[in-house]
Write a protein that binds this ligand. Structure first.
Ligand code: SF4
Length: 416
């Protein structure tokens, strides 16, 4: 039980450097190798938030909390077996390939996942999902994307395979009732909102709908809203998002090299192009500010030197880079493509941290719970958790605060 002993400390403290190293290795190991669920653990998972198909791309694994508010969405469909989830003394543990056990907790399934919309026509879980402990995700297009045609689709993406699991884009009428339930959930209430999904037709890439939904949500909740869309073809759409009250804007380049753009995201390459992304990000930094403008870059499909070059470029612009480890999703063209090793992730993480430091830009996301599928760790002054404020016209305070750290002692009991 070396891992457990290493993590014992007081709540509220940051871990010492050795604990941080172990946690980083464990988290990146889980992202690289996945998590096998042991039989004893399976019996105790009744209340846990299990993988759902509709979030298969971004957070389709099992949500696990490790000590010190380290969250990881561990792939369970794509696993090498190097890590397994078991039970020891009535608590969940993760056992690594050396037999070392680490304390863990599984997140509870939100209460609304079991319910229907008020008209009893739709499962609430198909309308909006919790993709981290505190982020409510709404896919604006349902399981569709205008770039899903075979020649255009992003090669790692599985959105079009989710027809059964995801409600159609006409579900907008249900958004507020599901969000109300999510915000009031007893164990993991929604504290911020992501509006994303596939890419609709039109030069705005979904910005107009996102602006409309943001206005609607902000009429009822003072809650932080993060919009993630492809780069709109004109800056006026970015202004529109800002004016509607959107707090954070993500436009994901995915790759840095020309070759990777042509190979892995051919539709985005032809319809938008990397240069337009960079112009849009530059404009977004002027409107939304540094760090509130972010871009995901995928690690594991192009040479890491290219990935690192992109990360440095973003940091120099004030854009927060988010490193998303490539996940070979079942049913996609890349389902048999290998992932990077833990060692490669650690190397990239260290190098990326170093290139961002001179610009005082953290590796994103800054929300500790939403780091669950990224190469990021929640330690340092940039990282926080969100909270929903009482309705207050003229909101000026930030929506976030520093997290209360939990040591392994706080992770008592399975799935609580
Ligand atoms: S733009 Fe690409 S990654 Fe996004 S939903 Fe469409 S195909 Fe998938």
């Amino acid at each position: 039980m070396i891992g457990t002993e290493k993590f014992e400390s007081q709540s509220g403290e940051e871990p010492d450097s050795e604990s941080e190293r172990l946690l980083t290795e464990l988290k990146f190991g889980l992202l690289s190798c996945g998590l096998r669920i042991g039989e004893d653990a399976r019996h105790l998972m009744e209340f846990a938030k299990k993988p759902i198909r509709t979030r298969s791309g971004t957070s389709g694994g099992l949500d696990v909390e490790l000590p010190y508010s380290v969250f990881v969405n561990a792939p369970v469909a794509e696993t090498s077996g190097a890590y397994s989830l078991g039970v020891s003394n009535g608590q969940f543990v993760i056992v690594d390939h050396n037999g070392t056990s680490f304390p863990a907790r599984l997140l509870r399934a939100p209460e609304y996942y079991a319910d229907k919309t008020l008209d009893a026509c739709e499962d609430m879980v198909r309308v909006g999902q919790m993709c981290s402990p505190d982020r409510f995700c709404y896919g604006m297009t349902g399981a569709t994307c205008s770039l899903w045609a075979a020649d255009d689709r992003c090669r790692f993406c599985s959105i079009g395979l989710n027809y059964q699991a995801d409600a159609s884009s006409s579900k907008t009428k249900y958004l507020m009732q599901v969000l109300r339930r999510a915000v009031n959930d007893a164990s993991h209430p929604a504290k911020h909102v992501l509006l994303g999904g596939g890419t609709p037709l039109g030069d705005d890439m979904g910005a107009c709908l996102a602006s409309e939904l943001t206005r609607q949500i902000k009429q009822e909740f003072d809650i932080s809203i993060y919009v993630m869309i492809c780069a709109p073809l004109r800056n006026e759409y970015i202004d529109q998002l800002y004016d509607s009250g959107v707090d954070e804007l993500g436009m994901n380049v995915e790759f840095w090299s020309q070759q990777a753009w042509e190979t892995y995201i051919p539709g985005k390459h032809r319809r938008i192009g990397k240069q337009r992304y960079l112009k849009a990000l530059e404009h977004a930094v002027m409107r939304f500010g540094r760090i509130n403008t972010r871009s995901i870059i995928i690690a594991g499909l192009e040479p890491l030197d290219n990935t690192l070059e992109g990360i440095k470029f973003f940091a120099s612009m004030g854009v927060m880079p988010i490193i998303s480890p490539f996940r070979p999703l079942r049913g996609t063209e890349l389902e048999h493509h290998p992932t990077l090793s833990v060692g490669q992730y650690l190397q990239l993480y260290e190098a990326a941290t170093n290139v961002c430091a001179p610009y005082d830009i953290p590796l994103g996301p800054t929300c500790v719970g939403c780091q669950n599928n990224t190469l990021a760790m929640p330690f340092g002054s940039h990282y926080h958790t969100y909270f929903v404020q009482p309705r207050n016209e003229g909101q000026t305070e930030p929506y976030y605060r520093q997290p209360a750290r939990k040591s392994s002692a706080d992770l008592a009991g399975p799935a609580n």
